[in-house]
Structures are given as C-alpha cells and as structure tokens.
Design a binder for this molecule. Structure first.
Ligand SMILES: Nc1nc2c(ncn2[C@@H]2O[C@H](COP(=O)(O)OP(=O)(O)O)[C@@H](O)[C@H]2O)c(=O)[nH]1
Ligand SMILES: [Mg+2]
Length: 206
C-alpha cells in the first residue's frame, strides 16, 4: 500500500489499553477510529488485516468474547478501538446491558473519537440495532464507513445485492474480506482520509 495513503507500519502497531468503563479511558491524545459491529461480524479480524499484524486483536470462533474497549495505537497520533459486539443472544441479559451501555457511552462521549467503521456480515441484512447505531454516529457528526465483511462467502452475483441491502446504513461502504484480503486497501484509503480529516478539524479548533 502507498505510504501516503496508509503511513503506519505494522511494526509500530501496538495494544495499549483495555477498559471496562469510560472513566478509565486512557490518557491519550490519539485520534481514534471505533470498530463496531455485531458479535462475530469480524471486527477483530478486520482490525488485524488493516494494521497488518495477525493476532494483534484477539479473534474468536465463539461470539461474545470482547467485553471491553480495546485500544490499539497506529502511531503516537492515531489509534483503532475494538469495541464489544452486540447481538449475541447467549450472553446473559444483565451483561449484555452493561456492554451495550459501554458501547453507546463511548460512541456518544468518547473524547478522541474521529470516526467509525461498522462491520457487518455480507450475508445478513441490516438490523434495528445497526440502524440505531448508524444514526447515533451521524448525529455526532462523525463519519461512518461500512465494512461489508466476509464477502468471500458470497457468489459474485450476490455482491451487488449485499451493497444495496446495506446502503441504508452509510454513504460509504466497502465490500471486504478480513480473511482473504479483498477490499482491505480500499478500507485503508477510506480510514487514512478520515483520520486526516479528523486531524484538520482538530487544528481548526485550536
Ligand atoms: N469467511 C470469513 N470469515 C471471517 C472473516 N472475518 C472474520 N471471519 C471469522 O469470523 C469469526 C469471528 O471473527 P472475529 O474477528 O473474532 O469477530 P468479532 O467478534 O466481530 O471480533 C472468526 O472465526 C473469523 O475467523 C472473513 O472475511 N471471511
Ligand atoms: Mg472481537
């Protein structure tokens, strides 16, 4: 990938914080991009594919494993945040409520948030929760990029249907596969642009 588009070498990527409540937000001035989506949609796999480090964020065949906000630095200025997934039916209700609260609190008030990537499974249709989260992100004037993941599971003719089906969620979407690498460079381009926009907004506010 072109250095100007994605200037963050895999070797500099590192995990730096895991928090269970917003009051524990790390003392960091890095601009953050949130990675959110249903449990098992491939958030952690996609984060790893973007930064180019296998196993940096823990992935799992068992849904509902991420119970915290996990922060990964790309550099001294930028970070990606792996969020707890939603929609995992087997999680005890009380716990699901706590996680949902953490997710919504962070999206509403996370102080370094520059934008968000919503990861959806290409084979599914948008759910009420996704529509609600997309609205919340727009209301905060944050940019939302939709990553329509697991496109390796679709036949070629199903791809345009997947794109159309999800168009209600965001203006910008990319069909991708964290597993096979399709669409990852396009997503990097979108994120690189988003982080640079974030940086300019920050400068203008000073
Ligand atoms: N076929 C396919 N499987 C994927 C893809 N991305 C993730 N997975 C699988 O989906 C499961 C959940 O992935 P994970 O990244 O842990 O999802 P998370 O719960 O959203 O963080 C794992 O078994 C992954 O190997 C993809 O692009 N294609
Ligand atoms: Mg995960």
């Amino acid at each position: 990938m072109n250095n100007a588009v994605w200037p963050w070498p895999a070797a500099s990527a590192r995990f730096f914080a895991s928090v269970h409540s917003l009051s524990e937000q790390p003392d960091s001035r890095r601009r953050e991009i949130a990675i959110l989506g249903r449990s098992n949609s491939g958030k952690s796999s996609l984060l790893n594919a973007l930064v180019g480090v296998r196993g940096l964020a823990k992935t799992s065949k068992t849904p509902g494993r991420t119970r915290a906000l996990n922060f990964f630095a790309l550099s001294e200025k930028f970070a990606l945040v792996d969020l707890p997934g939603y929609g995992y039916a087997k999680l005890p209700q009380a716990e699901a409520r706590v996680l949902s609260q953490l997710l919504y609190d962070y999206l509403r008030t996370g102080r370094n948030l520059a934008g968000a990537v919503m990861v959806v499974d290409a084979r599914r249709a948008p759910q009420a929760e996704e529509i609600e989260l997309a609205r919340l992100i727009r209301e905060r004037n944050l940019e939302l990029i939709l990553a329509i993941n697991k496109c390796d599971k679709l036949a070629r003719h199903e791809r345009s249907c997947a794109l159309k089906r999800h168009a209600v969620l965001a203006a910008r979407s990319v069909l991708c596969s964290a597993l096979k690498g399709q669409g990852i460079d396009e997503l990097r381009r979108e994120l690189g642009r988003l982080l640079r926009v974030g940086q300019e907004n920050l400068k203008n506010n000073r």
